[in-house]
Design a protein around this ligand. Structure first.
Ligand SMILES: Cc1cc2nc3c(=O)[nH]c(=O)nc-3n(C[C@H](O)[C@H](O)[C@H](O)COP(=O)(O)O)c2cc1C
Length: 193
């Protein structure tokens, strides 16, 4: 028998991961409850040191999205009081970009063995699980943060606690246009010792 590198067969999972990209434009078609529950279940299957389940999900659909949109406009007004109506409306409309919005937040606790950073990255892993699961169901995804992710006004409007951190505003819905699959540069970021 000869030894040496074996052929790695491509399969749907690896193809989904290698072809992931952000969705730029979403159709209005609602995401079904079943699809949402499945992607959320995929999210919480992420690795989780200490099994602390640091992730929290706030689901906004339909008119409820204006809760976030209005808060984002108010946060803009607070930051830039000179913003005109058009700028405020544009800010509010960002929450309406997709039929479903998941605000993914994290609550880190003080733990003797699990530093906070490990709890934040577990939530990042959960979002990535959610993303791949959503794309495998034919949904598009976009991950946004911007200054609103760090605004207490926005957190308050969403009913998040003061010790909760927003990790991402995750847009979900049927994709109408997606960004390009960017080149995967492993070489310049990898040392083989
Ligand atoms: C923590 C985090 C925050 C992000 N915040 C934003 C954002 O505020 N606005 C935005 O357009 N994209 C945001 N993105 C998405 C990246 O810009 C996007 O993934 C990147 O441009 C590469 O494109 P791709 O996802 O199509 O490969 C964020 C991604 C991460 C991981």
């Amino acid at each position: 028998m000869t030894s040496g590198p074996t052929e790695v067969e491509r399969n749907p999972t690896i193809d989904k991961i290698l072809n992931r990209s952000s969705t730029k434009k979403f159709a209005d078609t609602p995401v079904s409850r079943e699809q949402l529950e499945l992607v959320l279940t995929a999210a919480v299957r992420a690795p989780d040191h200490g099994l602390l389940a640091p992730w929290r999900f706030t689901v906004l659909e339909g008119e409820r999205r204006t809760l976030l949109g209005n808060a984002m406009a108010a946060a803009l007004r607070e930051k830039s009081p000179d913003s005109d109506r058009e700028a405020l409306d544009r800010e509010a409309s960002k929450a309406m970009r997709s039929p479903t919005l998941l605000v993914v937040s994290a609550v880190a606790q003080s733990h003797p063995k699990v530093p906070e950073i490990e709890q934040w990255v577990a939530v990042g892993a959960a979002i990535q699980n959610l993303w791949i699961a959503a794309e495998s169901l034919g949904l598009g995804v976009a991950w946004k943060t911007g200054s609103h992710a760090y605004s207490s006004l926005v957190k308050h409007a969403l009913g998040l606690s003061s010790d909760e951190r927003i990790i991402g505003f995750i847009h979900l819905g049927a994709p109408m246009s997606k960004g390009p699959v960017r080149p995967a540069d492993v070489t310049s970021r990898t040392r083989w010792l």
